[in-house]
Design a protein around this ligand. Sequence first.
Ligand code: FAD
Ligand code: DHB
Length: 391
Amino acid sequence: MKTQVAIIGAGPAGLLLAQLLRQSAIDCVILEARSEEYVLSRIRAGVLEHPTVELLHSIGAGDRLAREGLPHEGVDIVFRGEKRRIDFPSLTDGKTVTVYGQQEVVKDLIALKKDFDGQILFEAENVQLHDIESDSPSVRFTRHGEDVVLTCDFIAGCDGFHGVSRQTIPQDRLKLFEKVYPFAWLGLLAEAAPAQDELIYSYHQNGFALFSMRSPEVTRLYLQCHPEENLDEWPDERVWSELHIRLESGDGFRLNEGKILRKDVTPMRSFVCETMRHGRLFLAGDSAHIVPPTGAKGLNLAAGDVKVLNDALVAFFKSGSTDLLDAYEATALKRVWAAERFSWFMTRLLHKFPDGEPFDEAIQIADLDYFTSSEAGRKTIAENYVGLPFG
Ligand code: FAD
Ligand code: DHB
């Protein structure tokens, strides 16, 4: 098999890149380790930044998003039992975010790819990258018992944090940064109508809580918990009781309860692999960086990376110029570090640190007060939340 760009991973990064390349008639093949059903059922992100929504519209993946996505003009921040709103349009020249599940984005992108050329190879096992330092790299894998070699001009490593792409780069060439947080998120999906239209981020002495949604019938909720949390210790009654306590804001808000459809634990880490390019391998999305979910940035960062990578690949295939490819790492990292900073800031602002000193907690309250009352503070949150422009 032969293609121009071999894409490893059919998550948001890989699928978006494929669609962008198609618009410039560049050939690509996506290799995905999991089955299509598995990829379609993975519940993860929910908030799409303004630039991500624009990108999805520009590649023809915006129809259902426009119909079913929930536009949000602000978020509430609760601390000390008081609710304060950050209004996006008035603080960002009219920008908003859209709540639309990651699995819906993935579903729309898979449908588009199939409509045009059908080339997503699901259940590609034992994927290995070869000759990435040469001008003709290849990918070897096994599919339905058959060994396959795919030769290509470039490889896009879009295979997430645990993928094979980053691991193929020689250890001594990797420049890594990592921070692990002493807490995690217990994520819940409930069959209950969202009790208000906008998200609530809450700092509470018992720990952080987040109220979000997926549709007019489904609420998405998160509670700060221990990194090695045992789900047996979170029966439904405890979950609802903690949510009511942590989201209390004295304004009559009362969460609607319903059947809990799913419970999962998400560890929290900040991670950056500054080596986003090695030879003809380019990393994009979670394969190169992870943010703690508090700023809702992960999927949106993946979108930013692949937009920059697409522009560089298009320039190369149209004119032979390697300038943008050579600049890819530096261009992408600028936005990556901005989002890492914001995600770290929101995580530090809103979580209860298990061994926090009284001084640090007092500073945290002063920060919460400042960033939700001063216009400069609210603007900082709004501008980052709706999304900084793509590189
Ligand atoms: P992934 O989605 O991880 O996709 C990688 C793909 O590669 C997968 O399909 C995987 O199966 C495949 N793969 C892996 N290894 C191999 C291999 N060896 N061979 C072939 N294929 C392979 N982000 C936001 O922007 N907003 C949010 O609100 C938000 N909330 C989140 C909430 C939770 C609970 C979690 C867990 C994450 C959240 N995120 C959020 C982060 C977001 O989900 C990720 O950043 C996003 O999925 C990254 O996309 P990706 O395509 O880079 O990687
Ligand atoms: C959701 C996830 C986030 O990480 C976040 O900051 C806001 C919303 C969600 O899944 O809806």
